[in-house]
Ligand binder design. Structure first.
Ligand SMILES: *Cc1c(COP(=O)(O)O)cnc(C)c1O
Length: 431
């Protein structure tokens, strides 16, 4: 480990507004209603989501104020550090400069709290009493449970069966925060019963858990559904990452040319890259924006761009997105947060228009660099985040081959301290 430089903004300088990239893009193809196939109207979504969030989903305002109550809670862990990864640079002997934004310092260990807090806030302010959701690795579920607790709301979390069994401690985190955790597919919903009848031994998937959580929200009074990625409003909330990073690069007197994030539904990658992209869309800068997905669930590199459901049974609106098909069953990789069949509409359109590019990386390479990063920087990364690190290492080594400088920024979306069984398997050669 080598002493690394850290750039921290003063508390009072955390952003007062989120950036909405929809103000600077041509209109996206609309979401379609699952039964009529007509464009979805904001009112169609009201049984599922809080109105304040629906408004953000459809908004084309460039800057959206962060409510003061949310900003106060952000201050518990924000601003997060921008760190120069000098140890990793040295280990790779690269001319590239590598920086990472450390979202693992949040109390739940990932970037997911950035959207859980506003989602709980808007529901609370509209008189909702209970939230439902799904979770893969448990990161989103943990974030929502504590955010809901801050606002006095109950939470019901459908946790993908594979993770429920692989990651028992994440379940305990959610329960500690007061959430109710159900292994999905379950017998609690018709969607779950149908899936269990057809595939009793399924490892579950995010798509299945979403079907269950939506059904519960629709059938329980004063209850709404929440989603930790994919939606436009989630990309919006996550822009706080990139907005802070931009100010921190001013402190570092440097500027990135390559921006990298791992990719599940697109929220942490969108969050770090969209605020920078706005300068490119205004013709003032040019970036190499790289989404790093898992080769166990490669929707960006092997999927097709088309309308598809966000869940397995076809309850959600149809979203224009890169998808592997809503009934796709991802490989049983440890990066649970990357096991989702589709990509959010904004990031999908940007890929279609070649404004971003994508790479897919296998689990072996990811854990190898995850361990290298741990030893160089002292932080054990989440299995999801190792994909961003692996893509960063590839770019840094390319810079070395080409003998040119490069300034890479990647998002460390979370730490892996509750994923140690995955590291154990890797270290024992049993991945
Ligand atoms: C959920 C999660 C992801 C993937 O989701 P995105 O919406 O693509 O960001 C990545 N990393 C961590 C740590 C996560 O919890």
């Amino acid at each position: 480990m080598k002493t690394t430089k850290k750039y921290l903004l003063p508390d009072q300088e955390i952003p007062k507004m989120w950036y909405n990239v929809l103000a600077d893009l041509p209109p996206l193809q609309p979401m379609l209603h699952p039964t009529t196939r007509e464009p979805v109207k904001p009112s169609d979504l009201e049984p599922l989501f809080a109105k304040g969030l629906i408004e953000q989903e459809f908004s084309t305002e460039r800057w959206i104020p962060i409510p003061e109550e949310v900003r106060t809670l952000y201050k518990i862990y924000r601003p997060t550090p921008l760190v120069r990864a000098s140890g990793l640079e040295k280990a790779l002997d690269t001319p590239a400069k590598i920086y990472f934004k450390n979202e693992s310092v949040s109390p739940v260990g990932s970037h997911k709290l950035n959207t859980a807090l506003p989602q709980a806030y808007y529901n609370k302010s509209e008189g909702i009493r209970k939230l439902t959701t799904e979770t893969g690795a448990g990161q989103w579920g943990s974030a929502l449970c504590i955010a809901a607790r801050h606002f006095g709301l109950d939470t019901e979390v459908f946790m993908v069966r594979l993770s429920y069994n692989q990651k028992p401690y994440r379940k305990v985190v959610m329960q500690t925060y007061g959430g109710k955790v159900i292994s999905s597919p379950s017998n609690l919903t018709q969607a779950g019963q149908k899936i269990l009848a057809e595939k009793p031994n399924t490892p579950g998937s995010l798509g299945m858990a979403i079907s269950e959580a939506c059904e519960r929200a629709l059938s329980t009074p004063d209850t709404r559904y929440t989603l930790g990625s994919v939606l436009n409003m989630v990309m919006l909330h996550q822009t706080i990452i990139g907005l802070e990073a931009e100010r921190q690069f001013e402190m570092a007197q440097d500027y990135p040319d390559t921006i990298i994030g791992c990719f599940g539904g697109g929220s942490n990658f969108g969050g770090i890259s969209l605020p920078f992209l706005r300068h490119q869309l205004a013709g003032k800068a040019k970036f190499d924006l790289i989404a790093a997905e898992s080769s166990g669930c490669p929707k960006l590199t092997k999927g097709t761009f088309r309308y598809d459901y966000g869940d397995t049974v076809g309850m959600t609106p149809l979203i224009p997105m890169y998808t592997l098909g809503c009934d796709y069953e991802p490989a049983a990789i440890h990066a649970g947060g990357l096991r989702y069949h589709g990509a959010g509409a904004i990031m999908s359109q940007l890929l279609k228009d070649r404004i971003i590019r994508a790479v897919d990386i296998d689990q072996e390479e990811c854990f190898k660099v995850g361990i290298l990063f741990s030893r160089c920087e002292g932080i054990i990364p989440a299995p999801e985040s190792t994909h961003a690190i692996a893509a960063t290492v590839r770019e840094a080594l390319k810079a070395k081959e080409e003998g040119r400088e490069k300034v890479i920024l990647f998002n460390l979306s979370g730490h892996g301290l509750l994923d140690l069984n995955a590291y154990e398997s890797y270290l024992n050669g049993q991945l």
